[in-house]
Design a binder for this molecule. Sequence first.
Ligand code: HEC
Length: 122
Amino acid sequence: MINPGKFAVILSVAASAIFTVVPVIAETAADNYKLYCVQCHGTNMAGGGVNARGLTVDPRDHTSAEDMRVLSDEDLDLVLRKGGMAVGKSSLMPPFARLFSEEEIQEMVQYLREACQCTYAK
Ligand code: HEC
């Protein structure tokens, strides 16, 4: 039988361990992508992440110049901030405005451009 006092100590030690480990401050777009995007868009950025199988819409292949050049930087900015619904796409693409800083959004747009090696062309 664990007495309540001892249990509280164990709990607080466990909690502080969690809090010192979890807040990983992702500084670059690559880190953010690894944390927040790979589940759906895949570790190779080409769609087909581990969660993608359960989705009714395929996450965009970010390495496809053909798919990505139809999106302007403004489009990418908007979909990152407000999610798929804001651009008439699937709500399965979540909004990141509350999670990412202004700078992180801009960096992510550039990161996506590097991944597709494409620029906007209608
Ligand atoms: C829960 C799964 C999920 C996560 C997590 C996710 N996405 Fe998506 N994303 C999607 C889906 C599904 C689509 C396709 C929407 C459509 O075509 O209707 C999409 C589409 C996109 C598009 C293309 C939008 C367009 O107009 O075609 C971009 C850019 C994008 N995601 C970037 C990201 C980035 C960057 C992250 C991480 C910060 C991310 N996504 C995280 C599911 C996800």
